[in-house]
Design a protein around this ligand. Structure first.
Ligand code: ATP
Ligand code: MG
Length: 357
């Protein structure tokens, strides 16, 4: 029997609530399937840990995580700890050294959920956004001179490497190829940014030679926001830089109905290091402790984790269970306009898993 070691890192705020729910659902799946075993170890790293120890995770934390098959991550961020400490101290401290350079964000309007777009049927919006997750605009390069003076100058330098762009482009073409429509849109801003973005366009054209079965086109990021909103059915797989995809995927989550249902995977495609799976929402302290966090994004991300581990039937079983539950408005949490609790949604998904045949 296959056995997987999962490191659960719930982090802060509702991260703790949704990951606890997600672990229950995963265990129910393993029980039902009988074909694999999950060994889940939970780590209490995050802002509370920081307040006690002065660091978000212990010094050997990364070494500890390295031996796991996957990381199941909640959220970081707390009102009384600066964002750069929580983000760089935990989330990026895992993403970067584990070379999780491909960030994958599927977007769909699930059954029973209404997106904000009139005239767009659920079937017209089915995307996978691939975000470059290791360089680009978030490379952290730049600086400030004459701080506070009238002549102050600040630079924010984007770094694009041929190797970095080529590997994300290949990854995106592979995803596009694996989907029925075999359609890829490469997003840049190469009309205004004349160096890195032009190299993106060139590398896209080069890599495309190896994927004659994939239809691809180029789009400027500003025009892309219009196309996503007005003609969602013309898009399928989308690849963009760290910054552009960050923005586009928030738009995508909103168009699909709620931040609370959107999943993401930070993948190390070479499988040299564990990949990390998380809902895209944050720690949401405004609803923490109330028991009303929507766990669907965390469940959906578990399907991605199972698929990555090679347990496709279990991933599909979980997705069917999620869709059965979202289809019932009495099982919608307040972010979807309903009154259900995290507990009720979790129990319903577990019941649907056991009733699946
Ligand atoms: P962070 O700084 O960690 O990103 P945040 O509070 O700025 O946290 P989010 O946590 O993403 O941002 O929350 C944005 C809004 O969406 C909040 O009002 C929050 O309550 C709501 N929200 C986010 N996730 C969920 C969820 N899973 N269920 C219900 N509401 C959610
Ligand atoms: Mg936020």
């Amino acid at each position: 029997m296959n056995s997987y070691r999962i490191a659960a890192v719930p982090g802060d705020g509702i991260g703790k609530e949704v990951i606890a729910a997600g672990v229950e659902v995963l265990q129910a799946l393993a029980e039902r399937d009988g074909g694999f075993k999950l060994d889940v170890e939970t780590f209490d790293w995050g802002s509370d840990y920081y307040k006690k120890h002065g660091v978000m995770m212990p010094e050997n934390g990364r070494e500890t995580l390295k031996s796991f098959d996957s990381i199941y991550f909640g959220a970081v961020g707390a009102p009384d700890v600066p964002d750069h400490i929580t983000l760089w101290g935990l989330r990026l401290a895992i993403c970067q050294p584990f070379d999780q350079y491909a960030n994958v964000r599927p977007t769909r309007i699930l059954p029973g959920i209404e997106g904000p777009l009139r005239n767009v049927a659920a079937k017209d919006l089915d995307w996978v956004i691939v975000r470059e997750n290791s360089e680009g605009e978030y490379a952290g390069q730049g600086g400030r001179s004459h701080r506070g003076l009238p002549e102050e100058v600040a630079t924010e330098v984007s770094i694009f490497t041929r190797a970095g762009v080529t590997r994300i482009m290949r990854f995106a073409f592979e995803i596009a190829r694996s989907r029925p429509r075999k359609l890829l849109t490469v997003v840049t801003k190469s009309n205004a940014q004349r160096h890195g973005m032009v190299m993106w366009d060139e590398i896209a054209a080069e890599v495309a030679q190896d994927y004659p079965d994939v239809t691809w086109d180029k789009m400027l990021v500003d025009a892309m926001t219009m196309r996503m909103t007005l003609k969602p059915q013309t898009l399928d797989t989308i690849v963009a830089t760290n910054l552009h995809a960050d923005i586009l995927s928030d738009l995508a989550a909103a168009l699909a109905g709620s931040l609370g249902i959107a999943p993401t995977a930070n993948i190390n495609p070479e499988r040299k290091f564990p990949s990390m799976f998380e809902p895209i929402h944050g720690s949401a302290f405004d609803i923490t402790g109330k028991g009303i966090a929507n766990p669907v994004g965390t469940f959906w991300t578990a399907t991605m984790m199972l698929e990555h581990l090679g347990e496709k039937p279990a991933a599909e079983c979980l997705m069917r269970a999620i869709e059965r539950v979202t289809a019932d408005p009495s099982l919608h949490t307040p972010d979807l306009g309903g009154q259900a609790t995290t507990r009720q949604v979790t129990d319903a998904v577990i019941a649907a898993i056991h009733g699946d045949n």
